[in-house]
Design a protein around this ligand. Structure first.
Ligand code: AMP
Length: 211
């Protein structure tokens, strides 16, 4: 990790988490992510993919700006909770970083009120995020990084339309990171549509990495 251009707070925290070296997906994806490139990461849960996009997000946050600068779309509430917790853990030495989780099946009003207080990173499921965008409680005008996590699962669960609607509300000059365990045609065509000259990061075996 010390070879990467990361803030001292992030490096110190990585050390305190006991991450000694990058997992294969991190070694492949973090350099282009930190260089601001769009990246397609073919990796499963357990590969360390969350820290890969998480560090990419945290490195470029401007904490003084309380508008949403990064959005992570996840197929399920469970994954969104896991990702939020992982991001908070990665950010624990960066003061005042606010990560907000917005998922379906949870009360809507409190989410609107949390959004009113400002958040740097939003993590959520496509249906609920699309609803907040429709009603105007969420504005992605300052978004810099969009992450599609478990893209193949998101499509299988029928979220294509919501994902398209959300992407349409993000600035063109964003960085897009797509993580997916598999890379079927549908994912390829999304990548072609919404990414700019993406770098492919692919690891063969992902099971025993990361711990
Ligand atoms: P993920 O694939 O993102 O769900 O991560 C799997 C697990 O690996 C999580 O518990 C992380 O805390 C852990 N992890 C991520 N990166 C590293 C690393 N470089 N070294 C050791 N553990 C890691």
């Amino acid at each position: 990790f010390s070879s990467l251009k990361l803030q001292p707070e992030l490096l110190k925290n990585i050390e305190s988490l006991g991450y000694v070296k990058m997992t294969p997906i991190q070694a492949q994806s973090l350099p282009p992510i930190l260089a601001g490139k769009d990246v397609i990461g073919q990796a499963k849960t357990g590969s360390g993919k969350t820290a890969a996009f998480g560090l990419g997000i945290l490195e470029q946050l401007n904490v003084r700006n309380t508008r949403v600068q990064a959005l992570v779309l996840c197929p399920t509430r469970e994954l969104a909770d896991q990702v939020s917790n992982a991001l908070r853990r990665l950010a624990r030495m960066c003061p005042n970083v606010k990560v907000l989780t917005l998922c379906g099946g949870m009360p809507y009003r409190p989410q609107v009120s949390s959004l009113g207080h400002g958040a740097h990173v939003v993590v959520g499921t496509p249906g609920r995020i699309a609803k907040h965008l429709r009603t105007g409680s969420l504005n992605l005008g300052s978004l810099r990084v969009l992450v599609l996590d478990e893209g193949d699962r998101m499509l299988k669960m029928g979220f294509q339309e919501e994902v398209d609607a959300i992407i349409a509300k993000t600035p063109e000059a964003r960085q897009t990171l797509l993580f997916s365990a598999t890379y079927p045609r549908e994912i390829q065509s999304i990548a072609e549509k919404v990414m700019r000259d993406p770098v492919m990061a692919k690891v063969e075996s992902t099971h025993d990495s990361g711990s």
